[in-house]
Ligand binder design. Structure first.
Ligand code: 4AD
Ligand code: MG
Length: 449
């Protein structure tokens, strides 16, 4: 059709829709309804939560009509006209409609009736067409964009750290080994659990940097919050201490949250309505005031004084379990809380030893409903102390000689944190399972498609 761009996204079309103007669009049929005198089709294309309603005359060719069911890919053209319906101001009086891709109605796994999130995981190739996953994907995109924007506006450089690595960055042994590494590289190699060690090299050359990429963990924890493949954002700052790290993490979480609330108001409204009633008010309240900050010792004291009965033990030296984290963030503070200065035994070798010799300059940020969303620390910048930390854990420094070199040549106090991207998405959407915010989740027993 002359003068009309057929690939204009529905989001754009709705912004510029003018009564009486011609319009052409492509998309998939969300619903169609045929009555004696009139036919309705609702078209979506993923660019917006909204659909366009097309009105067809009832004397449509019956063969064509039978192909206009849910899921069919279509192209249509017509004219914008005022809509008598409440749902939209304008609708399209359709002049031509063409089926680009048929969708067998009886075999199509996505029918009009609502289905469960669990079931949708078994059809991960089609679930992006459902309302919920349409929205998840748009919010995921917006979150990634706003995260980059936050750092770019502050002059942080995005560093592409390797996915294949010889080092166990967290020292926790949760690595996926590459099967042919020995013959190919001449040494063992793994999928990276974190870009931190490598990005530290760039903090020591470019001062303010960050990574944003996929990370892999072979931890066999089949929980709603763990995936074997997830995305992480890891800023790293030279000439910085734990206070700088905490301050950045707080600014970051607050600003990015506000930006996504703004950008995705329509999509988030769906989660507020159907997934987690009160979600938006809770998120806004969580980022309205300064976050709380306590030490691990203080956290233990709060748990001891709580009178609550926990499944796992509490007290100095015990690790904070999900139930403890939730108690602190949700019941006690009712807002995000930084816990700092954990016992040295519980944390990674690279964290800076405090003067007490028992704790390290670490921090976890715990948020209501979810628990840990960020883990970070000041790094050990003193060569001898770092070597002692490796020794204490029985770790060899053979593969980390370059990491130790950073402490030999122009070392600086420095630090950073890692945000679990998919966990942040859970927090923003109220989705309870990480499998429902990742396009193709990888979890124990699941990596086929
Ligand atoms: O606390 P973690 O293990 O910290 C690091 O990897 C550091 N190198 C970060 C740094 O200081 N640069 O992981 C950081 C965050 C966690 O707080 C959590 O949100 C997320 O990554 N995370 C996971 N998300 C999904 N599935 C998993 N299996 C995760 N493990 C960690
Ligand atoms: Mg952690």
């Amino acid at each position: 059709m002359a003068g009309v761009d057929r690939r204009t996204p529905i989001r754009r079309l709705l912004e510029t829709a003018t009564e009486g103007e011609p319009v052409a669009l492509t998309g998939w049929i969300k619903t169609s309804r045929f009555s004696k005198n009139i036919c309705f089709v609702h078209i979506f294309d993923g660019s917006t939560p909204r659909t366009i309603q097309g009105i067809l005359s009832a004397d449509l060719d019956p063969a064509l009509k039978s192909r206009l069911g849910i899921g069919a890919a279509v192209r249509l053209s017509g004219t914008w006209k005022a809509s008598p319906g409440k749902e939209q101001d304008l609708e399209v009086a359709v002049e031509t409609i063409e089926v680009i891709g048929d969708c067998a109605p009886s075999a199509y796994p996505l029918q009009k009736k609502r289905t469960t999130l669990e079931h949708l995981r078994t059809i991960a190739h089609l679930r992006p067409r459902t309302n919920t996953h349409q929205a998840v994907i748009r919010i995921r995109n917006a979150l990634a964009w706003q995260i980059h924007r936050f750092f770019q506006e502050r002059g942080f450089l995005w560093i592409h750290t390797p996915i294949i690595t010889g080092a166990d960055a967290e020292g926790a042994g949760e690595l996926f080994p590459l099967a042919n590494a020995l013959e190919f590289f001449g040494h063992p190699a793994f999928l990276s659990v974190s870009g931190q060690l490598e990005v530290e090299c760039f903090a020591q050359s470019h001062t303010d940097v960050y990574t944003f990429g996929p990370t892999f963990r072979a931890e066999n924890s089949n929980t709603p919050r763990h995936a074997a493949e997830f995305w992480m954002i890891e800023p790293e700052l030279a000439f910085a201490d734990l206070d700088d790290v905490v301050a950045l993490a707080e600014d970051f979480l607050r600003e990015v949250t506000h930006a996504v609330l703004d950008q995705c108001a329509d999509d988030l409204a769906l989660f507020d309505r159907f997934i987690e009633p009160g979600l938006l008010a809770a998120i806004q309240a969580a980022v309205a005031e300064p976050f709380a900050r306590i030490t691990y010792r203080e956290a233990q004291a709060i748990l001891e004084a709580s009178g609550a009965s926990f499944t796992y033990p509490i007290g100095f030296g015990t690790s904070l379990q999900a139930e403890h984290e939730q108690y602190l963030a949700e019941q006690h503070f009712g807002k995000p809380v930084f816990v700092t200065d954990y016992p040295v035994e519980q944390k990674a070798f690279y964290m800076r030893l405090n003067d007490d010799g028992q704790t390290v300059a670490a921090t976890d940020l715990l948020v209501p409903r979810l628990g840990e969303i960020i883990g970070g620390s000041q790094r050990e910048e003193r060569l001898e102390v770092l070597q002692a930390q490796l020794q204490r854990r029985g770790m060899s420094d053979e593969h980390l000689w370059w990491y130790l070199d950073l402490r030999r040549f122009g070392t600086t106090p420095h630090g950073g944190f890692g945000l679990g991207f998919d966990r942040m998405l859970m927090w923003l959407t109220g989705m309870k399972n990480i499998r429902d915010v990742i396009p193709f989740p990888r979890t124990p027993g699941h990596a086929a498609f």
